[in-house]
Every structure is written in structure tokens, then in C-alpha cells.
Design a protein around this ligand. Structure first.
Ligand SMILES: NC(=O)c1ccc[n+]([C@@H]2O[C@H](COP(=O)([O-])OP(=O)(O)OC[C@H]3O[C@@H](n4cnc5c(N)ncnc54)[C@H](OP(=O)(O)O)[C@@H]3O)[C@@H](O)[C@H]2O)c1
Length: 169
């Protein structure tokens, strides 16, 4: 099974190409609790946006890159979407999480059944240049649940939402 997990601004912005738009400790805790123990899938740029370019602890970090010389320690590297899909298909009992960034979220949206979207209601302090596909505009996706709003000390207000791909009959 493959799910996506992402934090979006109003307008579905996710980053500026270098980093995320907000500092949300409560969302980082949520992200950790949802993904811990599961393999996470990311683009090379997202791995490099982490502190020290280091993989996330407690999870297998699967990174997609076209660069055959890119072999950071503690990371499973794949070189194509086809190779990634073979890896996912070979482990049917696992729950994989796509954790970004924009390019990889977009390319793997057709592989996802569920998207855990932290929807931030306050405008970001940084202008977004990278986006998640706006699921509210997609007929194939439906909002299944939304938490009560949470407020961070820095004033950011957000809800944890779950979106599901509509079943086709
Ligand atoms: N808000 C959130 O929840 C969230 C989560 C994660 C990331 N982000 C943000 O998203 C931004 C980064 O996103 P991004 O779109 O710039 O980059 P990205 O999706 O993280 O990585 C893109 C890279 O993936 C590799 N790639 C893409 N398609 C491939 C394919 N078909 N085969 C092999 N490799 C492929 C390429 O790596 P090579 O160039 O090495 O070949 C490409 O440069 C940052 O601002 C980050 O902070 C936000």
C-alpha cells in the first residue's frame, strides 16, 4: 500500500525549493507518529533539504535520483519510477509513505490510495514555488476526515485531514 503525507498552505504550496514553508513542531510529531517504522519514499532534493542531508531515523529511506553516483549512507537508492514500483510491488505487506517533494508527490499520486494532508490555514511566511496537487479539484479524490484546528505557538493554525481515492465501480 502507498500513501502520501504532506503539509500544505492555503493554495496547496509545500515549499520554496530549499525547505518547507512553516515551522510546525506539532505537525512534525504527527508526521513521525504516522510514518515511524514504515518505509518513506522521497526525491533526492527532499533528502538534501533535511538537516545535514541525513535520512530520517527509524524508517527505511528510499530516495529516487537519476544520478548513479548518488549513494549516501543509510539510504536505499532507486533510479527510476519503474524500479521504485517494482520495489513497492515486491513488498505487498508494507505501507509505504511518499514524503515529497513536489515532483515526486505529483508523479506518485496515481500510486496513492490515501493522502494525509496537514492543511495550514494561515498564510506562509515564505512564498511557495513548489506545490502538491490540489485534491479538492480532483474528482477522483474525496476528503474523508478533518481534525479540529490546532494552533502552534507561532500562531499557525492547521488541521490534520485524510483524503481517499474514490472507488470506481
Ligand atoms: N510541505 C511538505 O510536506 C514537504 C514535504 C517534502 C518536501 N517539501 C519541499 O519540496 C521541495 C522539494 O521538492 P522538488 O519538487 O523540488 O524535489 P523532489 O521531488 O524532492 O526531488 C526531485 C528529484 O527527484 C529525482 N527524480 C524525479 N523524477 C525522477 C525519475 N522519474 N527518475 C529518477 N529520479 C527522479 C530527481 O533527482 P536528481 O536530480 O538527483 O536526478 C529530481 O531532481 C522543497 O522545498 C521541500 O522543502 C515539502
Amino acid at each position: 500500500m502507498v500513501s502520501a503525507i504532506v503539509a500544505v498552505s492555503p493554495g496547496w504550496g509545500i515549499g520554496d525549493g530549499k525547505g518547507m514553508l512553516y515551522r510546525l513542531p506539532g505537525d512534525l510529531k504527527y508526521f513521525r507518529s504516522v510514518t515511524l517504522g514504515h518505509p518513506v519514499i522521497m526525491g533526492r532534493k527532499t533528502l538534501e533539504s533535511f538537516p545535514g542531508g541525513k535520512p530520517l531515523p527509524g524508517r527505511e529511506n528510499i530516495v529516487i535520483t537519476r544520478n548513479r553516483n548518488f549513494r549516501p549512507e543509510g539510504v536505499t537508492v532507486v533510479h527510476s519510477l519503474a524500479a521504485l514500483r517494482r520495489l513497492v510491488a515486491s513488498r505487498p505487506d508494507e505501507h509505504f509513505f511518499v514524503i515529497g517533494g513536489g515532483e515526486i508527490y505529483e508523479k506518485l499520486l496515481p500510486d496513492c490510495e490515501t493522502a494525509y494532508v496537514t492543511m495550514v490555514e494561515t498564510e506562509p511566511p515564505i512564498v511557495p514555488t513548489v506545490f502538491y496537487p490540489d485534491l479538492s479539484k480532483k474528482r477522483s479524490w474525496v476528503l474523508e476526515s478533518a481534525s479540529e484546528p490546532h494552533t502552534e505557538e507561532n500562531g499557525a493554525v492547521y488541521r490534520f485531514t485524510v483524503w481517499r481515492r474514490r472507488r470506481t465501480h
